[in-house]
Design a protein around this ligand. Structure first.
Ligand SMILES: *Cc1c(COP(=O)(O)O)cnc(C)c1O
Length: 394
């Protein structure tokens, strides 16, 4: 069987044809260095600035508040380390959550080694941070709050507006990792009181290795990458012109047709969710139950008495690609830190499956996945001593 159903769009997405088409001229004939004086180089400069203007229009921000980086991880590192180092004389305390991406968690851990203190907030059983907890955690030593806009594993959308307001009122800078939210949610940083925001190209059908850090005018942060004068002296390195041009096209594709696409994807996600929960025994949904507070393309389900890795391998045999935990944690035997943080016991967290849809997912795909899952889950349970035990006791 050579059917291929890609349901791992939270890990990465397929580059859109329009994005690739927009990029190619800048990889072929338009290879000039944007810093050069001659007009050939200046064409690259113009393409970068036009892209920046266009992207800024989707966020209602100033173009000069957007800095191109190599991706979400760099943006997270830069925002957090940059603020911590800049403001260390003001205080040494940072606040984040237990369910952040490792690009945030490991950055925080690195700062702890330097002597910074970090508070890791708990979340509830659906993955929500309580804004009151943020407020209570802020001290006169707090210099930054970093809380993700939406979680990459369970799709929960955090109360960013409330958290942003608290930070603003308390005079503490607020960073959000919006890598998963961008492209399916319209985000105006002013409206949310966001000071710094991380984004990544390859999660919205642009290439891998391009990202953005939004930095509100007036917010200061130390450089992460020193060198040439690119990005107004704040982020050195010859610009990834093709990546930037393609990224602007990806934003256009995402935001020009956002509502219709969200509606289509969420309808398919709901069909997938409802069929699985109804047709497969001992399965349950992880993450936000309210659809308004969950990413439109995210489904995360636990199957009791199943091992996630085996499930993924058998799904792969059927051409279905999903993930258990996050792409970064699979390969290790530890269950996902996110699933543990929402209170799942180890053995149940192990039996979790994340399926993330895209615009290309069809109803036939969804039905094929359900049929395949039913068969695979039953096959794995028939081999499981735990399940046998459970059934006999029933
Ligand atoms: C993918 C992802 C990142 C990392 O982005 P890269 O561009 O792959 O470095 C960071 N945060 C979240 C929430 C992500 O999903």
């Amino acid at each position: 069987m050579n059917r291929q159903i890609y349901l791992d769009n939270a890990a990465t997405t397929k580059i859109a044809d329009e994005v690739l088409d927009a990029m190619l001229p800048w990889l072929k004939e338009g290879y000039g260095n944007a810093s050069s004086i001659y007009s050939f180089g200046n064409k690259s400069k113009v393409a970068i600035e036009e892209s920046r203007d266009k992207i800024a229009s989707y966020f209602g921000c100033k173009p000069k508040e957007l800095f191109f980086t190599s991706g979400g991880s760099e943006s997270d590192n830069w925002a957090i380390k940059g603020v911590a180092h800049k403001y260390k004389n003001k205080g040494n305390h940072l606040i984040t959550t237990k369910i952040e991406h490792h690009a945030v968690l490991h950055t925080m851990a690195a700062l702890e080694k330097e002597g910074f203190e970090v508070t890791y907030l708990d979340v509830d059983e659906e993955g929500f941070v309580n804004p009151k907890d943020v407020e209570n955690a802020i001290t006169d030593k707090t210099i930054l709050v970093s809380i993700m806009f939406a979680n990459n594993e369970i799709g929960t959308i955090e109360p960013i507006k409330e958290i942003g307001k608290i930070c603003k009122d308390k005079g503490v800078l607020f960073h959000t990792d919006a890598v998963q939210a961008v492209g399916s949610i319209r985000i105006n940083p002013d409206e949310y009181n966001i000071d710094l925001m991380s984004m990544s190209g390859h999660k919205i059908h642009a290439q891998k290795g391009i990202g953005i850090l939004y930095v509100r005018t007036g917010v200061k942060l130390d450089n992460l990458i020193d060198g040439g004068n690119q990005e107004r002296g704040k982020r050195a390195g010859t610009e990834n012109v093709a990546g930037i041009v393609g990224y602007a096209k990806a934003f256009e594709l995402a935001y020009e047709n956002l509502e219709a696409r969200n509606k289509k994807i969420s309808a398919l996600r709901d069909r997938l969710r409802d069929r699985i929960l109804n047709e497969i025994e001992f399965s349950r949904l992880n993450g936000a139950k309210d659809d308004e507070k969950r990413l439109v393309n995210n489904l995360n389900i636990c199957f009791k008495y199943i091992e996630g890795e085996s499930l993924l391998l058998l799904l792969d045999d059927k051409g279905i690609m999903g993930s258990s935990g996050s792409a970064c944690t699979s390969g290790s035997l530890d269950p996902s830190h996110v699933l543990l943080a929402i209170g799942l016991p180890h053995e149940i967290a192990h039996g979790s499956l994340r399926l993330t849809l895209s615009d290309e997912t069809t109803e036939e795909d969804v039905d094929y996945v359900v049929e395949s899952l039913r068969e695979i889950v039953q096959r794995l349970r028939d081999m499981s001593p735990l399940y046998k035990n459970f059934i006999e006791r029933k």
